[in-house]
Design a protein around this ligand. Structure first.
Ligand SMILES: Cc1ncc(COP(=O)(O)O)c(C=O)c1O
Length: 389
């Protein structure tokens, strides 16, 4: 190969993406509050963020972030196992475990980093990973990075999972790990967690649940869909969504925590989260259990949005939550609708393959308690104009 050809693969891949209307680009914004962004002289109402409770701009959250920076510096300056564990990291983990009712918690730098490295840490080449077909890319990445056998069960099908566990039981795996999200990030539907946990228990399989989009929003005191379920081995939650900050944590038993901090490369070989982030997460953690009225407001928004989208003639798939897809089918339709909404002052991102299966391109709406009823109604008026025009 000549040196002039060495980037051919890049050119070809990008050309293919463009041809299929799947090319992605970055746009920069300046946020003015939890649901408003601007770009130049244009202001947009954001229906694509994950700041479900508006905590990114809560004064207690930003204050503690600043306070920790002043007191502890801008960076943790080392990995957790070297000397990047400050007392604030330690305290936060104890508080997370206590609040969520688990034996222990371990903070990771991001949900992606946790998911993409924990799963392979839990498996060897004689193990089996059984993952829901629509699991988040980070879970897929973690599964594929392991040397274990990898199979997927039909989305949200406890029956298929049961069949696959039964079959696997007759094979000779060192262990089986079942992986699912609790609230699916692109469809907004929910897994039947207790049934899955009971099945895992029956077959002696480990259960890893990604509760990223439910924590803060659902369950008693916003402690997630996993909170009331018995039999989960590891819960992953992120702090970049309802917590309004950054980072992630796992909830697990004490021995599992020891195992992960001894063997999980995504925890070991990276600089610890900076004090600013720990401060923000710490403050959000104190606020979240007491935000029932914000959650009630959000639940009302969900009902209005679901009804309005359906009445405008679109399917919302099987969404049951603050994540509501407006199904449009083709990539081109999704891009056109996103552009129309943007021109009307609304940010609602087009989600296209390969993030979602082919033929299921959509606008993915996410709601925050900080949206106002009137803003949702304005959005629905614009959607109706598109639908009728
Ligand atoms: C279901 C799910 N898991 C994990 C992640 C990754 O979390 P983080 O943003 O903390 O890397 C995301 C976010 O994109 C997600 O939607």
């Amino acid at each position: 190969m000549s040196s002039s050809q060495k980037y051919d693969f890049v050119d070809k891949a990008l050309a293919k993406r463009k041809k299929r209307h799947q090319f992605r680009e970055l746009t920069s914004f300046i946020p003015s509050d939890a649901v408003t962004l601007s770009n130049g002289d244009k202001q947009y109402l954001n229906f694509s963020g994950n700041d479900y409770l508006g905590l990114s701009h809560h004064p207690k959250v930003t204050e503690r972030s600043q306070l920790y920076t002043e007191k502890y510096g801008a960076g943790a300056t080392a990995s957790r196992l070297i000397n990047g564990t400050f007392d604030i990291h330690d305290r936060l983990e104890r508080k997370l475990a206590q609040t969520f009712g688990w034996e222990s918690a371990l903070v990771f730098n991001s949900g992606f980093q946790a998911n993409s490295t924990i799963i392979s840490t839990l498996t060897d080449r004689h193990s089996l990973i059984l993952a829901d077909k629509l699991s988040h890319r980070s879970l897929l990445q973690g599964s594929l990075a392991s040397r274990a056998a990898f199979r997927r069960f039909k989305h949200n099908s406890v029956t298929d999972l049961a069949d696959q566990l039964k079959n696997a039981d007759e094979e000779d795996f060192s262990r089986i790990i079942v992986v699912t999200e609790s609230l699916f990030s692109m469809d907004g539907d929910c897994a039947e967690l207790q049934k899955i946990a009971d099945l895992c228990n029956k077959f002696g399989a480990l259960l890893f649940v990604d509760d990223a989009h439910a924590v803060g929003v659902w369950g008693e005191q916003g402690l997630g869909f996993t909170h009331s379920v018995k039999g989960i081995d590891i819960v992953l939650a992120t702090c970049g969504k309802a917590f309004g900050a950054f980072g992630a944590f796992v909830l697990c038993g004490k021995e599992m925590r020891d195992y992960l901090l001894n063997f999980c490369p995504g925890f070991i070989y990276t600089t610890a989260l900076p004090p600013a982030v720990i401060g923000a997460v710490d403050a959000s953690l104190e606020l979240i259990p007491n935000m029932d009225s914000e959650r009630e407001e959000l639940y009302k928004h969900i009902k209005i949005m679901q009804k309005g989208i359906t009445e405008a003639g679109f399917s919302i798939g099987s969404s049951q939550s603050q994540i509501i897809p407006i199904m449009v089918g083709s990539e081109e339709n999704a891009l056109n609708l996103a552009e129309f909404l943007k021109n009307n002052g609304f940010l609602a991102t087009a989600i296209r393959p390969p993030t979602v299966p082919r033929g299921s391109a959509r606008i993915r709406i996410t709601l925050s308690s900080h949206h106002k009823k009137g803003q949702i109604e304005e959005f629905l008026t614009a959607l109706n104009r598109w639908s009728n025009g």
